[in-house]
Design a protein around this ligand. Structure first.
Ligand SMILES: Nc1nc2c(ncn2[C@@H]2O[C@H](COP(=O)(O)OP(=O)(O)OP(=O)(O)O)[C@@H](O)[C@H]2O)c(=O)[nH]1
Ligand SMILES: [Mg+2]
Length: 278
């Protein structure tokens, strides 16, 4: 992930030719930083001298990261509700399971809502995770209304004073407006019982710049409070985290780094920036 170390060693190596700069810029774009940020980094590097380059670039990169709270919402007096949304196959269900594991480590009680009613296999997948992790999963009839499953789950979570309700939704193409509207319906119906605290958009890091497009469209339909960036273990292009925060202004709350229940880590912005250099 140390995408800047090559850049610096080249610059420090002496005079940097136009083709060297072009090569560095290409490397930054290939690392998924995005064309705009890559060009700006080159400008900063050209303007800075020797030892100043590191700090000048670090300063810009930190200002591009979101300044918003990255911690998962929590309420001491009522159930905290989390909706998990995103396009197909990004890792929503797996991330839901990972969040259960994360919350159970903190001795929190969790209820799951299988609001992906489109595929029987989707309900089974969540149920399997629920059994493995020892949490109850509220399901509904196949092809039933996802909002109704979410409503039933919210009612039960409130009644039982469960600490967290996590609603796993079906994957949907951000370009399909009827499916996007359905998320708004799930939200409104749950809000009859409990406020929605988090809407976490799950983005697959390996989809690169397309992830940013997905995030922007989802943000127009539902009020996204944070991102979970998955499959970081399968992407050597660490720039996407920075690019997506800069472009959307939305904080990454967690990184997914594998297929297991414990392969989730809160996003450490400082550690991430350090990792880009070393
Ligand atoms: N390597 C890796 N694989 C992951 C990660 N997160 C999820 N996966 C895998 O990605 C695949 C899809 O994950 P799911 O959790 O089913 O994705 P989903 O978004 O729920 O999919 P749909 O409900 O079909 O839209 C599975 O094979 C997961 O094991 C991750 O952080 N790293
Ligand atoms: Mg799923």
């Amino acid at each position: 992930m140390a995408i800047f170390s090559k850049l610096f060693s080249k610059i420090r190596g002496g005079s940097t030719s136009p083709s060297d700069w072009a090569e560095i810029e290409e490397a930054l774009i290939a690392a998924d930083l995005g064309a705009k940020s890559a060009a700006e980094i080159i400008e900063i590097a050209k303007k800075s001298k020797g030892d100043e380059i590191d700090s000048a670039i670090t300063q810009s990169l930190s200002s591009w990261l979101s300044a918003k709270d990255r911690t998962l919402a929590s309420n001491s007096d009522r159930t905290t509700t989390v909706m998990i949304v995103g396009v197909n196959g990004t890792g929503k269900t797996t991330s839901t399971a990972k969040l259960v594991s994360y919350l159970k480590m903190q001795n929190k009680s969790v209820l799951l809502a299988a609001a992906d009613t489109f595929r029987a296999a989707a309900v089974e997948q969540l149920q399997t995770w629920g059994d493995r992790l020892g949490v109850e999963v509220i399901t509904g009839p196949a092809n039933g209304d996802p909002a109704s499953v979410a409503f039933d789950a919210a009612t039960k979570a409130k009644l039982d004073s469960t600490n967290y309700l996590i609603i796993d939704t079906a994957g949907r193409l951000h370009t399909k407006s009827d499916l996007m509207d359905e998320l708004g319906k799930v939200r409104r119906v749950v809000e009859k019982v409990l406020p929605i605290d988090e809407v976490l958009l799950v983005v697959d890091a390996t989809t690169g710049q397309n992830g940013i497009v997905q995030a922007k469209v989802f943000m127009e339909s539902v009020a996204i409070t944070g991102l979970i960036l998955t499959k970081m273990d399968g992407s050597a292009k660490g720039g996407i985290a920075l690019a997506i925060e800069r472009e959307t202004g939305t904080p990454i709350k967690f990184l997914g780094t594998g297929e297991g229940a414990d392969d989730l880590a809160p996003f450490d912005a400082e550690g991430y920036l350090n990792g880009l250099f070393h």
